[in-house]
Design a protein around this ligand. Structure first.
Ligand SMILES: *Cc1c(COP(=O)(O)O)cnc(C)c1O
Length: 361
């Protein structure tokens, strides 16, 4: 068996311990004679799996009792519609545009009401987080929406916006469970799990109970109401059973590592190794304003697209895969989620140094 260092932005690496455990339990889950994929979601065994996953998630993230944790489907992208359908009472909301995911969410919301752009970093290709300390948020906006870690551009909010009393809604898909989160600052947050938490197919939404209402926008399908899933403890219909089970194993792995404080330190250490090298390199440079750099996604370039291509090709031949950047930034992007070991980053940097030595003019 030979595993590569996978720097993909998502789906991304999962902890090896989790994959091994899943392999061990594949044919016969703890004596029930079948795999988790084959069992009824209404049975006692599966009920134990989903309940334990939720309890572990609550422990990890410190979710207070007045917030619901929902396991949903349709990816983070479905939340772009569910958020306005469920929360736009006044048919107005404020959006901060820090990249393509925020833009898509804003566009989707404008189908249902007025989506007001209150800040944007589009002027510099989303290479920074705008100042959000004193935004002009319409009084009657139902919520303020942000994308907290911008997967494509490699920026992360270091400080949450001043919401001026509005409900904060955040897409945390690409920094989910990467650092401690102060849940009470949010009305809700959500993330597709395939970046940092588990296999694609699950979206976790954490939402304050008073925001879960019956009187949502007219015509909202049953499956797109938070209330439907909250009332049924995420078992209204068949959930993505196996994927939730894997998420549960990842939660246990994180708890064993010491929780979100410990994983944040680990992630910061990896990011420091990578960014320190970028800052001293005379071949590679980062594309993001330093104070706004994401520890999860690090875009970088040489400035020469042909050399970028050569680097990506050679890196791949050395076992560092999926380093190609998103087409809207170009160059490279190293995604270093929770499951990326520090050795992966150290070895990538060592490889970059060698490449630099042999390609510097
Ligand atoms: C990947 C990503 C999405 C889209 O997620 P899907 O699950 O594919 O819909 C949305 N927001 C952010 C921040 C992402 O990184």
């Amino acid at each position: 068996m030979s595993r590569v260092f996978n720097f993909s932005a998502g789906p991304a690496m999962l902890p090896e311990e989790v994959l091994r455990k899943a392999a061990d339990e594949m044919m016969d889950y703890r004596g029930c004679g079948m795999s988790v994929m084959e069992m009824s979601h209404r049975g006692k065994v599966y009920d134990g799996i989903i309940k334990e996953a939720e309890a572990d998630f609550r422990k990890l993230a410190g979710v207070p009792d007045n917030y619901k944790v929902l396991f949903l489907q349709g990816g983070a992208s479905t939340q772009f519609a569910m958020v306005p359908m469920n929360l736009m009472k006044n048919r107005k909301a404020a959006y901060i545009i820090t990249g393509q995911w925020a833009k898509k969410a804003c566009q989707e919301a404008s189908i249902y009401g007025e989506a007001v752009q209150v800040a944007s970093s589009a002027d510099k290709n989303f290479s920074y987080i705008p100042d959000c300390s004193d935004l002009d948020i319409p009084e009657d906006a139902d919520y303020l929406y942000i994308c907290e870690n911008n997967t494509i551009y490699g920026t992360e909010y270091k400080k949450l916006p001043n919401t001026k009393g509005h409900i904060l809604v955040s897409d945390v898909s690409s920094n989910f469970l990467s650092r401690p989160i102060d849940v009470e600052k949010y009305g809700m947050f959500f993330g597709g799990v395939q970046k940092n938490v588990g296999p694609a197919g699950v979206t976790i939404a954490v939402i304050r109970e008073d925001l879960i209402r019956e009187d949502v926008l007219e015509g909202t399908p049953t499956m797109l109401k938070y209330k439907t899933h909250a009332d049924a403890d995420s078992l209204y219909n068949t959930p993505p059973c196996y994927n939730i089970y894997i998420c549960g194993l990842v939660f246990k792995w994180l708890l064993e590592k010491g929780g979100l404080g410990a994983i944040a330190e680990y992630n910061e250490a990896k990011a420091k190794i990578f960014y320190d090298y970028l800052d001293e390199s005379s071949l590679f440079r980062g594309t993001v304003r330093k104070g706004d750099r994401s520890p999860m996604n690090a875009p970088f370039v040489t400035g020469d697209p042909d050399l970028d291509k050569e680097f990506i090709r050679e890196a791949e031949a050395h076992g560092f895969v999926s380093l190609k950047g998103h087409r809207s930034v170009g160059g490279m992007r190293a995604s270093m989620y929770n499951a990326m070991p520090v050795e992966g980053v150290e070895k990538l940097v060592a490889f970059m140094k060698e490449f630099e030595a042999s390609h510097r003019a």
